[in-house]
Write a protein that binds this ligand. Structure first.
Ligand code: ATP
Length: 363
């Protein structure tokens, strides 16, 4: 697919402070991309730079093959939705949607038809004559979305559009936005600090930290192959287990010796210390009869169970390396059916094994 938006070496400074450091990447036509990162990482500044609301210090931005770096916002081709809805309080729903159209000189008849089409698209036909303060948060955000899309922009920019909504409405609207985006095929950039939202909605995620891009990838790539310790830690839950290499074949975790899995062979330097990173769903409890297997045939580690939290579909079991009370917690997610069979109890000593294909190591 064709590149629609290209960011080339963009730097943004606020006085002495560098908010964006040499940012470069491209977004394809029709893609849904999320900027994800902790507060202050620069994701809003990057979105505002694309909109022309924030002049960049250096670098260039191209949209549909045309350089737009120095164009004012009104000469750029985008629609934007903010966290705060930003509707005109003195205008009805239909007038909020119509205002951009009439400002652009769209004739009254066509304007009415477009407003009707968008009211239908967002499911608010019966609220057409209401004012923003007579609508729920989710309804107001749908109006903001319709207003942004009514002018058929080439690019949709979403600045934390779901953050002000409660959990249920958020999930619902998240699906609606995805459906609408796919239906229209509109290239979309959304800023969020919510990793779940980014994983669920985006075709690709740009993970940012301190003004730099840590990784760009599909949700699955970001989750399964985090490119840095920061990404591994920020996206999803990750256990970091202190490990040392004994030789090419053996590594030590706590009191246990384990054979080095193939995925970690390149780290196999004697004496090398690293954190073994593994997600809670890639750990499992070994069968009880193997709990005292001194030959450690199933390559497991001894742990003590500290807490068991029921999470509906699974149990989150918090463990600590056996006999090491200073070590940080290791979380294991056990599917509920398995948990019933395992019959785990608090303060019990058990052994946990790893899915060797889902291991990462960070020195
Ligand atoms: P949040 O999720 O909290 O909005 P963010 O990742 O969107 O965070 P930005 O708003 O892009 O972060 O800000 C990035 C950095 O730039 C922050 O350290 C912020 O304090 C700084 N910054 C943003 N706008 C300005 C400004 N107008 N003047 C000075 N510093 C600014």
């Amino acid at each position: 697919m064709q590149t629609y938006l290209h960011i080339d070496n963009v730097i943004k400074q606020f006085g002495q402070f560098t908010a964006l450091q040499q940012i470069s990447f491209s977004i394809k036509q029709g893609e849904f991309v999320c900027f994800l990162g902790p507060s202050g990482c620069g994701k809003t500044t990057l979105l505002r730079s694309i909109a022309g609301l924030e002049p960049v210090t250096s670098g260039a931005i191209f949209q549909a093959g045309k350089e737009i770096t120095h164009l004012p916002p009104e000469q750029r081709d985008f629609g934007i939705v903010f966290q705060s809805y930003a509707l005109f309080p003195n205008l009805t729903v239909q007038d909020n949607i119509a205002i951009g159209l009439s400002n652009q000189g769209v004739a009254a008849l066509e304007c009415n038809q477009l407003v009707d089409k968008w009211l239908k698209m967002i499911g608010l036909q019966s609220e057409a004559y209401k004012y923003p303060n007579q609508l729920s948060g989710g309804q107001q955000q749908r109006v903001a979305l319709a207003r942004a899309l009514a002018l058929s922009p080439g690019l949709l920019l979403l600045d934390e559009p779901l953050s002000a909504l409660d959990a249920k409405v958020r999930t619902h609207l998240r699906e609606e936005i995805c459906q609408l985006q796919r239906k229209l095929g509109i290239t979309t950039v959304m800023v969020t600090h919510d990793q779940e939202e980014a994983l669920a909605m985006a075709d690709r995620i740009v993970v940012m930290n301190d003004g730099v891009i840590e990784q760009i990838g599909t949700p699955q790539e970001i989750y399964e192959k985090p490119a840095s310790r920061f990404v591994a830690d920020f996206v999803g839950t990750m256990n970091f287990i202190p490990t040392s290499m004994i030789d090419n074949n053996l590594m030590r975790i706590g009191e246990d010796l384990l054979s080095v899995p193939e995925s970690l062979q390149e780290l196999a330097i004697s004496g090398c210390m690293f954190d073994l990173a593994v997600r809670p769903e890639s750990l499992y409890f070994c069968a009880v009869e193997k709990a005292n297997d001194l030959n450690n045939k199933d390559n497991s580690i001894a742990v003590n169970i500290e807490s068991i939290e029921f999470q509906g579909a699974y149990c989150q079991v918090e463990c600590r390396l056996w006999d090491d009370f200073s070590a940080s917690s290791i979380y294991v997610n056990v599917p509920i059916r398995e948990a019933r069979k395992l019959n785990l109890s608090l303060q019990e000593s058990r052994r946990i094994g790893f899915d060797n294909t889902q291991l990462h190591a960070y020195p």
